[in-house]
Structure formats: C-alpha cells, structure tokens
Design a protein around this ligand. Structure first.
Ligand SMILES: Cc1cc2nc3c(=O)[nH]c(=O)nc-3n(C[C@H](O)[C@H](O)[C@H](O)COP(=O)(O)OP(=O)(O)OC[C@H]3O[C@@H](n4cnc5c(N)ncnc54)[C@H](O)[C@@H]3O)c2cc1C
Length: 270
C-alpha cells in the first residue's frame, strides 16, 4: 500500500468551505497541507447557509463551533407555509430539540462568518500553509503523485504532492483535468436578498418575526427565509426556473423580474 511521504504535503485546491474544512481535518490527523486559493483575499461575499447537526458536529470536532456560535442563530423550528396564502402547513422543532435529538445544534449563518471562523482556525494550525492569489491552472498525475501548475501574479509555479484534493467549487477547474463531466446548469435560479433588522420593509410579518427557518412552497418555486448574523439580518432565497447567468456569485437583478418569477404569490412578492 502506498503511504504518504512526510516531506510532501497534501495539496488542496480552493479555500472555500470544503477546502478549509478538509485542511483542518487532515491537520488533525497529523498530515501537513498546502492550500491554494485563487482569490487574493477571502472577502465578505455570499449570504446565508443552513448548517444541520451532521455539519456542526464536524465543526465542533475541528474546534470551530464556539466562534461560529457567537455569529450564528439556532432557529427554533423549520416552518413550511403555502406561498399563496402564507398558511402554515407543517412545523419541525429545532433549537434545543435538535441538539437533544442529533447531539449537535442546527445553525443558520452567513457564509462569510463560517469561512472566517474556519480561516482563523486554519491560521493557528502550523501544519497548514495557505497561499492566496494562487490559481491552479492544471494538474499532471504521475507515478510519484501529482504536480500542480499554479498561476501566482502572472508567473506559473509548480507544487508537487502525493495527493491533491479538489475543493474548487461548482465551477471546478480540477474537475476538468480528470475525465469527470463538467457541471451543467440545472435550469434553476437562486435569487438572494439580505434584510437588515430595522430596515423598513413591507409585508415582513411572517418573514422577519421570530427565530425560525420558513419555507414558502409553490408548485413553480419556493422561497426560504431565516435569520443570520446573531439575528441582526434575515437571509431570503427564492428558487425559481430561470436562465443560465454568467458564472459569478453576485449578479444584480431588477425587482420586476423577481416579482414576475413569484407571480402566483402576491403576499410574498411584496
Ligand atoms: C464567493 C462565493 C459566494 C457564495 N455564496 C453563497 C451563498 O450566498 N449561499 C449559498 O448557499 N452558497 C454560496 N456559495 C456556495 C457555497 O459556499 C458552496 O456551494 C458550498 O459551501 C460548498 O463549498 P465549496 O468549498 O465546495 O465551494 P466554494 O465555497 O464555492 O469554494 C471554492 C473555492 O475554491 C476557489 N477556487 C476555485 N477555482 C480555483 C482554482 N482554480 N485555484 C484555486 N482556487 C480556486 C474559489 O475561489 C473558492 O474560494 C458561495 C460560494 C462562493 C465562492
């Protein structure tokens, strides 16, 4: 059986949620890791994420949970409502009930808060080296392992390892270096908005009140709302049929397009 050589790190491509998490998990098992991230700086981008107990249990093991607890929300319940009438259909208790049932909490959190909690733990881990502004362009697999070609400020450098882990997200370059198929557009668009507590907004009753995850269901779309940032903001996501957009995590959209996509639920589109 092949063993990993102690003088060569495991290479991880992408310092998003998966890359930072796998780096911490490997470091916890005694491996050294070199993490490559194309962004020069891990900035405040993205919006809300829901972390169910299977995820928070791992984050606890990695020593990240306390920092995360301070900036996330433990919602009391998931509530399903009809999008047209806003009538409640079902309610699943979370909060203390989730922690007791699954042995770990259910959190809602801003993606940037999760990433910075993971990053601050990575920065304290001597066996992890993080190179930012390092875009992996290619990977050559050979008998001795793998060599990555990395674009750093316009110069191509190489890094060798026994193993590479591709954590470079939905538009993965690494996936294209294997025979694997590239990701294809699903036909669904996610519309995101963040409401800040205290901002005037019409029709905010069922959305902003209480500490719950609410899913508004319609046969053509669904809308999910939940608190983030210690309850100081509410994350809204509408998932509708749509056209493929350019590959970016934030593309501004005119309000009337969202209203048209949510036709059939006038109370919601307000
Ligand atoms: C900027 C951003 C905003 C997001 N916002 C949301 C959101 O609001 N809500 C939501 O549900 N999900 C969001 N996501 C997606 C969500 O984070 C991921 O789908 C999920 O967390 C899985 O994590 P991941 O680590 O696999 O991928 P990602 O979190 O997408 O991370 C991939 C990382 O790899 C880096 N990378 C990509 N290609 C290369 C390369 N060739 N070389 C080096 N580094 C590379 C990227 O810069 C990124 O940091 C966002 C992702 C990003 C990158």
């Amino acid at each position: 059986m092949k063993t990993l050589s102690p003088d060569r790190p495991i290479l991880v491509v992408g310092a998003g949620i998966a890359g930072l998490t796998v780096a911490l998990a490997l470091a916890g098992r005694g491996f050294s890791v070199h993490l490559f991230e194309q962004a020069r700086k891990l900035e405040e981008v993205g919006a809300g994420l829901q972390l169910s107990p299977n995820a928070t249990r791992i984050l606890d093991r990695l020593g990240v949970i306390e920092r995360l607890r301070a900036v996330s929300v433990q919602p009391e319940a998931i509530v399903l409502r009809r999008a047209r009438s806003l009538r409640e259909i079902a309610r699943v208790p979370l909060g203390a009930a989730a922690a007791a049932r699954w042995g770990a909490p259910y959190f809602t959190v801003h993606r940037a808060d999760l990433q910075s909690a993971l990053l601050s733990r990575v920065e304290r881990e001597p066996s992890i080296r993080l190179s930012t502004g390092a875009a992996v362009r290619d990977a050559a697999y050979h008998a001795r392992g793998v060599t990555l070609s990395i674009d750093q400020a316009g110069s191509i450098i190489e890094a060798a390892g026994d193993l590479v882990i591709a954590a470079d997200g939905v538009w993965s370059t690494m996936r294209g270096t294997e025979d694997d198929k590239r990701g294809a557009f699903s036909g669904l668009t996610a519309w995101r908005a963040t409401l800040h507590r205290g901002e005037p907004a019409e029709g905010q009753g069922p959305v902003l009140s209480g500490s719950v995850v609410t899913a508004f269901l319609h046969r053509r779309f669904h809308v999910v709302a939940y608190p983030i940032r210690s309850g100081q903001a509410v994350n809204l996501v509408a998932v509708t049929r749509g056209e493929a957009l350019r590959r970016a995590w934030s593309v501004a959209a005119p309000r009337h397009e969202l209203e048209a996509a949510l036709a059939g639920a006038p109370a919601l589109s307000r």
